[in-house]
Ligand binder design. Sequence first.
Ligand code: ADP
Length: 191
Amino acid sequence: MRLILMGPPGAGKGTQAAFIANRYSIPAISTGDIFRANVSQGTPLGVEAKRYMDAGEYVPDEVTNSMVRNRIDEPDAASGFLLDGYPRTLAQVKELDEMLGASGDRLDAVAVLRCDAEELVARLLHRAQTDGRADDTEDVIRHRQEVYREQTAPLIEVYRERGLLVEIDGMGEVADVTKRIVAALDKIHQN
Ligand code: ADP
């Protein structure tokens, strides 16, 4: 299975990505997690990415693209993967198409979590209190939602036109959202 999980910041992608990856025995590749690991290890990539992340901006496409290219070339991603947080721009869609084209692989589905905007801000403010991510202040949270609407939401139509889109109601309990995702993806997995 080659899957993309999309959704606005706070939609619960990271939580759901872990379940999905486990179910289909594929690695969950989260660009946000890779960036954060680099930030905490103080690598050059981390130093570069941190400036953008703290401001709620996207890291430049060239930086993100080459990082993903290296990651999906790893042996554990050879028979499938779940991308969480990538692609997020039209330029990244194009780049991913090229990466897949080069290896003759195709995406199976793009799952998008649909959530109410105010609920998202509330969830992220709550997360800020519990695990204190540097990009979880209210101004930055609102800015990240705006950047998502402007740069990432248009990708939904691109994948809808390709017939890959699976829309999932992301509101409510984590376990209920997981059930909805699994119900939708199992159908694709069996085909
Ligand atoms: P969120 O909760 O906003 O979905 P993530 O953990 O997915 O957070 O990402 C955190 C930050 O990492 C983003 O705000 C952005 O700065 C950077 N980032 C993650 N993925 C990408 C990407 N595909 N392109 C550019 N920047 C990215």
